[in-house]
Design a protein around this ligand. Structure first.
Ligand code: HEC
Length: 138
């Protein structure tokens, strides 16, 4: 009896996982791709279509940054384009901005403070900063 139940369970599992894709799955997958481009917009890169989304851009879109920042307009915080135009893209500035993303702070763009992000790793914060600095002169 116990065996029969296990077999039946396995059978169902196979049907659920191994069967052909349903119309819903297909729809969902094609939709998913369209969505990513919509959320992020085209990733600005000189002379080429960017098939994969920049890692920094993705991290930014997954965090709360967009509540206060837009790429091209000032919101609560400065536009990323303005940040990119202020700092040259080099290791020192990427480190500085990564530190600011993690620790927050105020006084550079105004009195409104940026909230700290202690849960973001140094590595991820650097990816974000590196991406932001690619937006220079757009
Ligand atoms: C609560 C609003 C808010 C959120 C959320 C926020 N920021 Fe900011 N951000 C600001 C403000 C305000 C400033 C300007 C701070 C200053 O004047 O020193 C700023 C400044 C910056 C700067 C420039 C720092 C400098 O010293 O020039 C960068 C880069 C930045 N934010 C990236 C991010 C990233 C990446 C995230 C998401 C992880 C994020 N911000 C989330 C409000 C925010």
């Amino acid at each position: 009896m116990k065996n029969t139940c296990t077999m039946l369970g396995l059978g169902l599992l196979l049907v659920a996982c191994g069967g052909e894709k349903s119309e819903y799955d297909k729809y969902y997958e094609s939709d998913y791709e369209a969505d990513t481009t919509q959320i992020t917009g085209p990733v600005p890169q000189a002379g080429g279509e960017q098939v994969q989304m920049d890692k920094g851009a993705k991290l930014i879109s997954l965090s709360d940054c967009l509540a206060c920042h837009r790429e091209n307009e000032k919101l609560v915080g400065p536009a990323y384009v303005d940040v990119a135009n202020k700092y040259e893209s080099n290791d020192k500035n990427i480190d500085y901005l990564a530190g600011k993303i993690i620790e927050g702070g105020s006084g550079v763009w105004g009195e409104v403070p940026m909230t700290p992000h202690p849960n973001i790793s140094q590595e991820d914060a650097r990816e974000m900063a590196r991406y932001i600095l690619t937006l220079r002169d757009q």
